[in-house]
Design a protein around this ligand. Sequence first.
Ligand SMILES: Cc1cc2nc3c(=O)[nH]c(=O)nc-3n(C[C@H](O)[C@H](O)[C@H](O)COP(=O)(O)O)c2cc1C
Length: 381
Amino acid sequence: MIISSSTDYRAAAQKRLPPFLFHYIDGGAYAEHTLRRNVEDLAGVALRQRVLKDMSRLDTGIELFGEKLALPVALSPVGLTGMYARRGEVQAARAADRKGIPFTMSSVSVCPIEEVAPRIQRPMWFQLYVLKDRGFMRNALERAQAAGCTALVFTVDMPVPGARYRDAHSGMSGPHAALRRYVQAATHPRWAWDVGLRGKPHDLGNISAYLGKPTGLADYMGYLGANFDPSISWKDLEWIRDFWKGPMLIKGILDADDARDAVRFGADGIIVSNHGGRQLDGALSSARALPAIADAVKGQIKILADSGVRSGLDVVRMIALGADAAMIGRAYIYALAAQGESGVSHLLDLLEKEIRVAMTLTSVSSIAQITGDLLVRETRP
Ligand SMILES: Cc1cc2nc3c(=O)[nH]c(=O)nc-3n(C[C@H](O)[C@H](O)[C@H](O)COP(=O)(O)O)c2cc1C
């Protein structure tokens, strides 16, 4: 199979993964309108082609929170990554490390923080969910800090897990889910050998390390439903801001008023995101939400954006719409599921090439020069 884009990696991942995992990654909330719009709205943003300006020297690097990044890109936190490839968090983190960009570890990862952090050179970022058990939150923050994680990504758009129709059909949840997953695993031998047998323990690594006993993944969706906390408000975040020594980013901002609140709260950054269309179906796409948010807070706080980024061209579009950097989720997960660490490395190389081509053909030689001036106005979402 010839692979030259994240779309190809998606097809390869679908072949390799048992359906319950592929659809868990690929699917979104309800009828998946927001999931589709994330991709379509971004693809509809036209950039002004400019020529004949000597683009032989390009600099794709940026500085973010005192860290140098080779590309204006970070890997978004993705739960259960170790189920898509053997010890998947380690593999993805190594690929990001080699490329010179941050890997963000999800709190609901398979590998615990302590398994990943020593295997990479640059510090990783850590993502935290609001769980009812505040003891877990404190424990996770202490461990992330002890492992040298720099930025904290605090995800606020999941006070309740979104309802995803595909999960019930695929065997991720629903009747006889465990039996259906077992049958699917048995009929996907490459995955069964690589991850099913050699990728153990299949656990929520950070949580079992805290509880001191295996968590297992048999009822993952049930776990999320029982442990996420819908009572969360800005006040509950204050102890975290005081406790966490590094930069703190609020992930899941889609509204200019919430972005202003994040500035008032004292966050260092926001991540404009609708969780990849997995939470509120019908919410704005990130591409559409971003310009108003940038108008409200650009320069006062760092703005990152994800949801819909599938190529280096999309990274440039997000920055032209007002982001300081973009984050990628499914795009790298497809590559990881298809080909492990080397797949993610290849995908990041493709992104770099695509960013360079987009910079050359819009005549910008540095990321700082990517501004709203690059947009063909009538296509701004
Ligand atoms: C399978 C999967 C699991 C995810 N798990 C988490 C998570 O644990 N924490 C979190 O903050 N976001 C999580 N997200 C959301 C991503 O961080 C990111 O916002 C989203 O993937 C961006 O959309 P895109 O992948 O379509 O570009 C997850 C996304 C997917 C696809």
